[in-house]
Design a protein around this ligand. Structure first.
Ligand SMILES: [Zn+2]
Length: 314
């Protein structure tokens, strides 16, 4: 485990494009599992309970599920600390952040099932906002600004996953969850983009819903509802499709899911470029997912899974 979340430790990893730059930034806020020693010391759970909390709260491997974006010219920014330390996809203003009501604002005080996670501590919260939240968002804003300067437009692709079963903390308790949720922002998501994505994802065999069970799409605060050149859309993938939700490990067939999402994003017209040596994504060994084959892995009945709604729009 890293020692301390001090200001000299960059909280975010940037994965640069391996193809000519495209006006796309992929944002991966919840794949991180790092809990530094000083952060661990604030958590009231024992190691077993903490492991279980991370199991249901982490958007496992979404950095890998979406790593194809760099081969198509996008730059990805991955927040590395666990969301149990700080959640970068939350409003800083408690009054504006709906998840504060269940103790899961920017710094969580409660677990997914309402148990105390850490004692409320204003000084700690303020310190982590300065050392983790602001540097991450400043870097995201910088990456978007670079694309705007070069392309006069930028799409933020917000990359998440969610559990196959609702968590007690989640607003949407409907048991029948889609395979992919397309999250939109009224101001920053062109309806044609969301429509095209839904159509293309369905063409790959996914069950798709818009803004359900989670709504919104992250936009850098300095562009939020002020800069129409910034578009945004969120993709939330049901974790049972690519991950064993009882362990957090990748399913052997996860590359097929990643490839199907990639094909859908390209078919929907997202503004990617492509490396010269990248094989075309049609045909080949990555067969499309057939409806009904993307089953939920067996789960222990006492093993809820999922995530807190990324009530985004920042
Ligand atoms: Zn998430």
């Amino acid at each position: 485990m890293a020692r301390g979340d001090g200001p000299l430790l960059a909280p975010s990893r940037v994965l640069r494009a391996s193809a000519p730059d495209a006006p796309v930034i992929a944002h991966v806020p919840h794949a991180g599992t790092r809990i530094a020693a000083d952060a661990r010391a604030t958590i009231l759970l024992d190691d077993i309970a903490l492991t279980r909390e991370q199991l249901v709260m982490t958007d496992w491997h979404t950095d890998r599920l979406f790593d194809w974006v760099t081969r198509r010219g996008a730059t990805a920014i991955v927040f590395e600390p666990s969301r149990l330390v700080l959640d970068p996809e939350r409003f800083l203003d408690p009054a504006a952040e709906p998840m504060e009501r269940v103790g899961q604002g920017v710094v969580y005080t409660h677990t997914h099932d309402g148990r105390p996670l850490r004692r409320p501590d204003g000084a700690l919260r303020a310190r982590w906002i300065e050392t983790l939240y602001r540097p991450h968002h400043a870097l995201l804003a910088q990456l978007v600004t670079e694309r705007l300067d070069r392309f006069d437009r930028c799409l933020v692709l917000d990359c998440h996953s969610f559990g196959s079963h609702p968590l007690p903390s989640e607003a949407d308790q409907a048991p029948d969850r889609p395979d992919v949720c397309v999250g939109t922002d009224d101001w920053h998501t062109p309806p044609t983009l969301a429509d095209a994505l839904e159509t293309a994802l369905r063409g790959e065999g996914f069950r798709v819903r818009r803004d359900s069970p989670f709504a919104g799409a992250l936009v850098p605060l300095d562009r939020y509802r002020t800069d129409p050149r910034v578009t945004a859309v969120m993709l939330e993938v049901r974790r049972g499709l690519y991950c064993d939700e009882t362990t957090g490990t990748l399913r052997p067939d996860w590359p097929d899911v990643a490839a199907a999402i990639e094909r859908a994003c390209v078919a929907a017209g997202l503004p990617f470029t492509m490396a010269a040596n990248t094989p075309p994504m049609t045909g080949g060994p990555s067969a499309a997912i057939e409806p009904g084959t993307a089953n939920i892995p067996p789960m222990a009945s006492d093993s809820p899974s999922g995530e807190v709604p990324p009530i985004l729009d920042r």
